[in-house]
Each structure stands twice: as C-alpha cells, then as structure tokens.
Ligand binder design. Structure first.
Ligand code: GRG
Length: 322
C-alpha cells in the first residue's frame, strides 16, 4: 500500500504559474464524458433503496465536479498500458467516496456549508439526517462497485487500497485532526514554529486529501496490471500531487471567488485556521505548489508520453481558478 512521508519543508521553487492549458481542459472533458454516464448507471439501484435517499445520492454524486479522482484512475491506468473500461469501476468507486466525504464535510456538525459544486449542499437541498445517510450509503456503494467491477484476482486488493485511504488512518483521520485543531481539542499550534506548523499541515492533508488521490492512482495502476516499479512512480507522483492540490486549494480559499469555485471562500481566514498561506504566506505557498507540480511531473517521467495527462494535470492543478 502506497503512503507518503511528511516532508515538513518550507517553501522552495520559483517562477510564475504556468497558464492553464487548453489540452488539459479537453482531456478532463473526455474523462467527464466517459465517467458521468457510468456514475449515473451506478445509481440505478433496485426499488428497495428509499426514494429520498436515492435522490440525495444522485444529487450529490452527479453534481458538477471536476472529476479529478476518476481522471487520476483512468490516466494512471492509461500510463501503465491499461484501458479505461477495466479502470471504470475503480474510477466510479473513488468518486463515490469523494462525494460522500464532501456531503459529510458540509454538514452543520463539520464545516457547515450551504454551497457545494455551485448548488445547495446536500443537507440544505434535503435535510441533515438524509445527508448523513446519503454519505453512509455512497460509501458502502463504493466498495460494492469495486468488489463487483474489478476482476476477482484484484478486487480484494482494490477494496483494501480504498478502505485504507478512506479510514481512520487516512481520510477520516485527517478530517478528525483538522477538526480537533479547529475546535481546540488539541494544544494550540500558534505558538509552534512555522516549520512545525507546516509539518502538521502536511500530515493532516496527506491523509485528509492526499490519500484518496494516492488510492485513485494505485487503483488505476492495479486495473492495468502495473508492476511494482510503475506503482512506485504513480505513488511518488501522488504524494507530490496531493500536497500541490491542497496548497492550491488553500490559495483559492484565500484568493478565489465563490462564482468560480461554486463554494464559499475565505472560510479559513475567517476561523483563524492554519493553512499554507497563513503559515508561510501567499507567494511562498505558490512557489511550493509549483515546485511540487514539477516534482510530480518528474516522478512519472519514466512512464513516457503515456503519462502526458498526469503531467499536464499536476501543472494545471496549481494554476487553476476553480
Ligand atoms: C467528512 C470523512 C470526511 C472527510 C472530509 C473532503 C473533505 C474531507 C473535506 C472537504 C474540505 C476541503 C475543501 C478539502 C480540501 C480538498 C478537497 C477534497 C477539495 C474538493 O475537491 P475537488 O476540488 O472538488 O476535487 P470537486 O467538487 O471538483 O470534485
């Protein structure tokens, strides 16, 4: 199982942000065209699913997201000589876990948000109890999708990869630590050095955000029958990509617009939350994001031109406005 080390470095790197490339936008559109009918098909459940619950699941899963995690699954598979059809169940399953985590993160007990993907959040469009059940059911359906869709020889490993990325040592654990800091359940970090704060931030985000990206890449590689060397390249890419994504996400919260992002901005500063820009500043954060994007690109250089989309995505992720 792939995992990342906490680097704990301060900002490095230089140069202006690369312009978002038209090619990556077109490549992401191809992913959406491929995956969205499959997400829709995965939501055609039997009549035993409660109608309001099913509506909330469809509402949350099919809402207009960037589909980055499915893209990583499919492009990792492609970079390892695999095909998209074999990788599709994993791409659908990872997006289900992501959608569930957003629904639960938006709940009043967590981030308490009204807007997600440009629409009312699930608990706003439905109600709190339905949103909790929606997340629960999407999570279970992700594992069912993977177990049914992957060949028997790899399904158990695929479920293990996704379970580890979703659980107490990763997605849920990172979220729990993030909440613990925000709610004062752990000692205040503000007296710590900037390096200690960066180390803490990286440890939270490696689990809360990075682990699912890493799982997406590993599942894509597994669906293509990738060898250990290729899986290791994907894992190195994923570690750098995950952190670059999070730094960019923090920068967008500080500088982006609600219209472009389809969600509330300025939340972090409003709560005095630790983020990369609040700890090291805007420009050093930007520089670190750019350096990580290059590190990610370099990590998959050995996969040749088949990894072109992964390289372009890493560069776009730190230059995006949404
Ligand atoms: C509730 C278990 C649990 C975990 C929540 C998803 C999450 C963990 C928190 C969301 C808060 C947040 C903004 C995290 C930053 C990273 C992130 C997941 C951003 C959203 O991902 P995108 O940009 O979203 O890929 P779309 O909507 O495009 O899919």
């Amino acid at each position: 199982m792939a995992s990342c080390q906490t680097a704990g470095r301060l900002a490095s790197g230089s140069g202006g942000p690369p312009a978002p490339s038209g090619d990556i936008a077109a490549a992401l559109e191809r992913v959406k065209t491929f995956i969205e009918p499959r997400l829709d098909a995965a939501m055609q459940l039997s009549g035993d699913a409660a109608p309001r619950l099913l509506d909330s699941m469809r509402y949350s899963l099919l809402a207009p997201g960037k589909r980055l995690r499915p893209a990583l699954v499919l492009w990792a598979a492609g970079a390892c000589g695999g095909d998209w059809d074999s990788a599709a169940p994993a791409a659908v399953a990872v997006e289900m876990i992501h959608a569930y985590s957003l629904v639960h993160d938006d709940l009043p007990a967590m981030d308490d948000d009204d807007l997600r993907r440009g629409r009312p959040t699930c608990h706003r469009a439905f109600d709190e109890a339905t949103a909790i059940l929606c997340g629960d059911a999407l999570q279970a359906l992700a594992f069912e999708t993977l177990a049914r869709g992957m060949p028997a020889a790899t399904a158990a490993r695929g479920c293990l990869v996704l379970a580890r990325a979703s659980g107490a040592e990763a997605l849920v654990g990172g979220q729990a630590d993030d909440l613990a800091a925000e709610r004062g359940w752990i000692p205040d970090m503000t007296a710590s050095t900037a390096a200690e704060q960066v180390q803490w931030l990286e440890r939270v985000h490696r689990r809360k955000t990075g682990a699912l990206f890493l799982a997406a890449l590993e599942l894509g590689g597994l669906s293509a029958g990738a060898d250990a060397a290729r899986l290791a390249m994907l894992a190195s890419y994923g570690c750098a990509f995950g952190l670059a994504f999070q730094i960019a996400d923090d920068l967008l919260d500080a500088e982006g617009t609600e219209a472009a992002l389809g969600k509330r901005v300025g939340k972090d500063a409003g709560r005095g939350k630790l983020t990369f820009p609040t700890v090291v500043g805007l420009e050093p954060s930007r520089a670190r994001g750019l350096a990580l994007a290059e590190e990610a690109s370099l990590a998959v250089a050995g996969l040749g031109t088949d990894a072109a989309e992964l390289t372009a995505l890493a560069r776009w992720i730190v230059a995006r406005d949404h």
